[in-house]
Design a protein around this ligand. Sequence first.
Ligand code: GLA
Length: 389
Amino acid sequence: MKEKIGSIFKEQFGSAAQWIVRSPGRVNIIGEHTDYNKGFVLPAAIDKNAWLALSLRDDDRIHLYAADLKDSYGGSLSDLKPIEPMNWPNYILGVIAQFQKRNVVIKGLNAVLLSEVPIGAGLSSSAAIECATAYAINLMNNAGIERIELVKMAQKAEHEYAGVMCGIMDQFASMMGKADHAIRLDCDSLAYDYVPLKLDGVKIVLLNTNVKHSLASSEYNTRRQECERAVALIQEKYKHVSSLRDATVAMLDECVKAKDAVAYKRGRFIVEEIARLHEACKNLQNGDINALGKNMFATHDGLSKAYEVSCPELDWLVDAVRNNPAVLGSRMMGGGFGGCTINLVKEEAVEDLIKELSPAYEAAMNLKLTSYVAEIAAGTEETGEGMGR
Ligand code: GLA
């Protein structure tokens, strides 16, 4: 990929790139929709990356080229705003805008984007681009901003330039990933530790529904508001509760149940999901992958029935493996309404499982099934010096 993007850059801009940066997509083992509720998540970076090749310019122009899409963008640093309708340059422009907001003086740039992270698969292809951009701009302009701050800037870019009020999980995982480890992240304090993903003989298999229903981002923002409604009702009595992280089922029963049935359902799922995540971490520490898998199935059922962010295609895929002894756990992953399921599958059964599921899924849903075996990899990095420096 490094060679490929380097030569595309040369073709586009006539000289070698000065920097090449990569940033990965992510999986999330468990802890879904908990990040913006200030709870915990357990993501990990994967071996699929968004790549950026870049050079500085002497003027304040921004020239971008998305090699996969064969699409270009040209603009100026002095007039930065999201393009409409929403399109890929916004992930890059949104991050550049964050540097300007922090009064970092930055120079114009040429950049080529090339990504291996499938779009709309729930693997955070947008966070990968945002993190690659944040890392690169920081490096190129000697801005000296720490990784955690870059994570926050990448998240803000998604809020302000893509219109999705996402939590911090995706950008954190992309930037901070470590090979063979998941990240247990406290989304309130941003304290984190690395949990070894010891899955002896078990593979993380991603099954892509190949759908992304159009209500994904609007429903996402709605869930966020529904959770805030639950918190507001609890707060009338329990002043110290500022997020669902601090709530209990008893509080929800007492303050929310009778007044707002939807907020109650959502809130209850979040409180239970945070507890499930802690259990899952213990399962991993004890090497009990069976128990971890059971918790993943329980998460799916909650996301589907109580949080209502699944869809028929995701439910079909989880149901199809539920009673398969080679599959220890399965659930929808990420924001929902399409994308992938994450599955823990015994290594020797992976090939047969995919062979079996593909035609059945295609017959049932009239859609192709694609699959990836995810390896857990390191976060954002510069991939060796570019040729121009
Ligand atoms: C999307 C968001 C994340 C997180 C997940 C659900 O991936 O970008 O912040 O909320 O959905 O867990």
